[in-house]
Design a protein around this ligand. Structure first.
Ligand SMILES: O=C[C@H](O)COP(=O)(O)O
Length: 220
């Protein structure tokens, strides 16, 4: 699983979100891997027309109906999103809401990626049996310094924490990943995939950087 979070970077504004998704989709096909994209919420429907692996960046555990401005799982599903990030480091939510959202997505047949900041949180939330836990030390996000190189022990310890939950949850890792070597290192440490943003979105050649990352998944 190779997840590209578009965040709200200027580089993906306007038609560029579509262009980036098209490139990601073509590369995924070429290397026969899964590349998921997380566009800004208002583009979920549009981007879902060109990719079947579209995830929301955030969800609220609010009801369908009179909940202005909240992002509702059932509504997001109708936009053909396959799942969502939950509790991203830049949009944290309380533990009870995380639990409710993981269950809600499971009932909806959607994929949950719960973001955590440290091993303790990985351990705690893996017990909820989300599809994925994504470990991201906040200080490395957007830094260009890869978690897989700077803090490899965080990945190995999180792999262990997820294993101990003894369910089907898998580990992704993110923060500062900018090269194929960073991806390779993450996979060698036991991560099943990566969650990346700036390393792709801010690169000057999207095709080249996505391919550089993708090829590492074929070596496993
Ligand atoms: O959602 C993505 C993560 O926050 C990682 O961001 P980054 O690749 O820019 O470090």
């Amino acid at each position: 699983m190779f997840v590209i979070n578009f965040k709200n970077y200027e580089e993906i504004a306007g038609e560029n979100a579509t262009r980036l998704t098209k490139i990601a989709t073509e590369v995924a096909k070429k290397y026969e891997i899964t590349i998921a994209v997380c566009p800004p919420q208002h583009l979920l429907s549009e981007i879902s027309k060109i990719s079947s692996n579209v995830f929301a960046q955030h969800l609220d555990n609010s009801k369908i109906g009179s909940t202005t401005g909240f992002v509702i799982p059932e509504i997001v599903k109708k936009s053909n999103a396959k799942g969502s990030l939950i509790n991203h480091s830049e949009h944290r939510i309380p533990p009870k809401e995380i639990e409710d959202l993981v269950n809600r997505l499971r009932n909806l047949g959607m994929i949950s990626i719960v973001c955590v900041q440290d091993v303790k949180e990985a351990q705690m939330y893996a017990k909820l049996n989300p599809n994925y836990i994504a470990i991201e030390p906040p200080e490395l996000i957007g830094s260009g310094k890869a978690v897989s190189k700077e803090k490899p022990e965080i990945i190995t310890e999180s792999v262990q924490a997820v294993k101990e939950a003894n369910n089907s949850t898998q580990l992704l890792c993110g923060a500062g990943i900018v090269s194929g070597e960073d991806v390779s290192q993450a996979l060698k440490l036991g991560a099943k995939g990566i969650l990346v943003a700036s390393g792709i979105v801010k690169s000057t050649d999207w095709q080249k950087s996505i391919e550089e990352f993708a090829v590492e998944f074929t070596k496993k």
